[in-house]
Design a binder for this molecule. Structure first.
Ligand SMILES: [Zn+2]
Length: 346
């Protein structure tokens, strides 16, 4: 029973296994001049216009807002994939600090790409290396094979081996990246974080991050993660960090393709998030529902909300739906300010 007298139940902390915190500011952005009609055009006309306009303050407040909204959904851990081509150096530390301030754990990566020339790729690699060698928790990030040269892919894979971490990379999200399997076959290892894999034509070693809502939004088709041998984790690809909401959608999409499928499959994807954040199993999230841990109920129960979150350390970071370490109204106001600056640049 919660403080207000309503029936409640608890779970461990949720893990968002693939996020782009910078997209927290994208909501409400001006529409592109020309209507995008393909996955590639969505990247070119929306995300690649947005990421190049980001500066340090925008990165900081988008991370703060994204982390706060995550916590309000019971998500205590975020695996983030970041790109800000005009503000690369130090960007991962800004995100790490902003999320830590709210009370959310992160595993961060800077998405290396040759879209801005080989110097851009080199600086992206350097940011991953700087952050990880400095004790940051994360992986080596790569945007995707189709925006990188073979030299850059090999350099990222080599750096990851040197640092003892995996590579966090978008793989065959759309048809433009259908060659990813062939190009990564000799590089990928079991600790790689393979995002999407919709058009992947073979088995690669690694963990597959499935993002059903984003795949639907980009009209790239169903990834069929349960048909693969890899372990699967669940992400949002930047559309918030409400993992029970994403799980409901993941279940609907799975079930659409196989009427015998069980929500237990989706719950193994949720559970695999603890591979990177085992300590989140000891977090306690109190929900506005007495059965938040029963998959068959949750997939048919819209609107579950996290009321309180207590981290494994014993610290309460969310109380009655509000963050305890930061002022929710202030975070929203600052993020709105930064979003307006961003939209002006666009
Ligand atoms: Zn992504």
């Amino acid at each position: 029973m919660g403080a207000s007298g309503q029936l409640t139940g608890t779970t461990a902390g949720m893990v968002c296994a693939h996020h782009h915190l910078y997209s927290a500011l994208a909501r409400g952005m001006p529409a592109p001049a020309k209507q995008p009609t393909t996955f590639r055009e969505i990247l070119e006309q929306i995300w690649w216009r947005l990421d190049v306009a980001l500066d340090d303050e925008m990165i900081r407040w988008s991370a703060m807002l994204g982390a706060m909204e995550a916590l309000q959904c019971g998500t205590t851990c975020i695996v983030d994939h970041h790109e800000s081509p005009s503000a690369i150096e130090g960007s991962l530390s800004i995100i790490a600090e902003a999320c830590a301030e709210v009370g959310v754990r992160t595993n961060l990566a800077y998405g290396v790409t040759d879209r801005h020339g080989s110097d851009g790729a080199r600086r992206g690699l350097a940011e991953n290396e700087r952050f990880l060698r400095g004790g940051g928790r994360g992986m080596v990030g790569v945007h995707a094979a189709f925006t990188c040269t073979d030299e850059t892919l090999a350099a990222a894979a080599g750096l990851a081996v040197d640092l003892g971490v995996g590579v966090h990379i978008h793989v065959a999200e759309g048809p433009d990246d259908a060659a990813a399997g062939a190009r990564l076959a000799q590089l990928a290892t079991e600790d790689w974080w393979l995002v999407h894999c919709v058009y992947l034509d073979r088995t690669l070693p690694g963990i597959i991050a499935h993002n059903p809502r984003s795949n639907m939004n980009n009209s790239v088709g169903y990834a069929r993660p349960s048909a693969r041998r890899n372990r699967v984790v669940l992400g949002t690809d930047g559309i918030g960090a409400d993992m029970l909401e994403e799980a409901r959608l993941a279940y609907a999409r799975l079930r659409e393709s196989d009427v015998t499928a069980s929500p237990d499959t989706v719950w193994t994807w949720i559970d695999n998030g603890y591979l990177l954040f085992p300590e989140a199993r000891e977090d306690r999230v109190t929900w506005n529902d007495p059965h938040p841990d029963e998959a068959w109920r949750v997939v048919f129960t819209p609107g579950l909300r996290a009321l309180d979150v207590t981290l494994a350390s014993g610290e309460e970071v969310l109380r009655n739906g509000l963050p305890t370490r930061v002022d929710a109204a202030e975070v929203r106001a600052k993020a709105t300010e930064q979003a307006e600056r961003l939209f002006t640049r666009l």
